[in-house]
Design a protein around this ligand. Structure first.
Ligand code: PGA
Length: 254
C-alpha cells in the first residue's frame, strides 16, 4: 500500500478528444457517480473545453488540469497558452512532458523543466511525465533513461517547490496499446524514481512526492497497479473518456 502520507491522485488525460459541450456531458456523468473520497481526482480536457469544463466542475471536488503549457508568461508565441491563462480558467494541474509531446512534437527535458517551473510559479501543480520506449526497455536502459529524464525535467525546481510536483511514470510502449506494465515492472521504476528524488531533494521530499503510473490503466488492472508501495495514483488516457470506467479506477484508488 501507498504510504498514508501520500494522497492518491487519479488523473484523466483526455488528449485531443471532446468539444466544450461534450466535455460538459462527460463531466456530468462523472459527477453523477462520484463521491469525494480519500483520493484526489483531476481531469485534463483540451484547451478549448477548459472554460466550460471549469464551470461544469464547480463544487464537484474534481480538479481541472491542462495537457500542456508554454513557459513564457505572454508574448509573440503564436498558438501557445501560458500558465497564467490556465490558472485564470480554473486549472490547478498541468501535465508537462507527456511522451506524445516529447515524441511527436520534439519536446526536450529542458523545455519540460521550463514548463514545470512556469506552472509552479503560476501557483499550479505540474504532472511531470517520464518513461522509456520499447527500444530502451529491450536494451536494458529503462532506469537510466528515466533517471536522465527526471534530472533534466526537474532542473531548476527548488526543494520547497517539490511538494507541489507530481511525477508520472508512463512507459511509452504501454500508452494506448492496451499493454500495461506489470505491477512489478511499475514498482521497480517507481522505487528507483523515489530513490533518485531522495538523493536530489532529501528524504522527506522524496517520500512525499506522488508518483503516478500511466499506460493502459483500466478498471480491471487499476487495483493491482495501485496496490504497489510506490504507485500513488494513475494517469489515465483512453479509459478516462468513459465515465463508468474512470469512476471504477477512482474507486480502486480510494
Ligand atoms: P492510455 O494513455 O491510458 O490510453 O494508455 C495514458 C496517457 O497517455 O496518459
Amino acid at each position: 500500500m501507498t504510504s498514508p502520507r501520500r494522497r492518491r491522485l487519479v488523473a484523466g488525460n483526455w488528449k485531443m478528444h471532446r468539444t466544450g459541450p461534450e466535455a460538459v456531458e462527460l463531466i456530468q456523468q462523472l459527477r453523477d457517480g462520484y463521491t469525494p473520497g480519500r483520493a484526489e481526482v483531476m481531469v485534463a480536457p483540451p484547451f478549448t473545453a477548459l472554460e466550460s469544463a471549469s464551470r461544469a466542475l464547480e463544487g464537484s471536488g474534481i480538479a481541472l488540469g491542462a495537457q500542456n503549457v508554454h513557459w513564457e508568461p505572454q508574448g509573440a508565441f503564436t498558438g501557445e497558452i501560458s500558465a497564467g491563462m490556465l490558472r485564470a480558467v480554473g486549472c490547478t494541474f498541468v501535465i508537462v512532458g507527456h511522451s506524445e509531446r516529447r515524441q511527436l512534437f520534439g519536446e526536450t527535458d529542458a523545455w519540460v523543466s521550463k514548463k514545470a517551473r512556469a506552472v509552479l510559479h503560476a501557483g499550479m501543480r505540474p504532472v511531470v511525465c517520464i518513461g522509456e520506449t520499447l527500444a530502451d526497455r529491450d536494451g536494458g536502459r529503462t532506469l537510466e533513461v528515466c533517471s536522465s529524464q527526471l534530472h533534466g525535467s526537474l532542473a531548476g525546481v527548488a526543494v520547497e517547490e517539490m511538494n507541489h510536483v507530481v511525477l508520472a511514470y508512463e512507459p511509452v510502449w504501454a500508452i494506448g496499446t492496451g499493454r500495461n506494465a506489470t505491477p512489478a515492472q511499475a514498482q521497480e521504476v517507481h522505487a528507483h524514481v523515489r530513490e533518485l528524488l531522495v538523493r536530489l531533494f532529501g528524504r522527506p521530499v522524496g517520500e512525499a512526492v506522488r508518483i503516478l503510473y500511466g499506460g493502459s490503466v483500466k478498471a480491471d488492472n487499476a487495483a493491482e497497479l495501485l496496490g504497489q508501495a510506490d504507485v500513488d495514483g494513475a494517469l489515465v488516457g483512453g479509459a478516462s473518456l468513459k465515465a463508468q470506467e474512470f469512476l471504477a479506477i477512482v474507486a480502486a484508488a480510494t
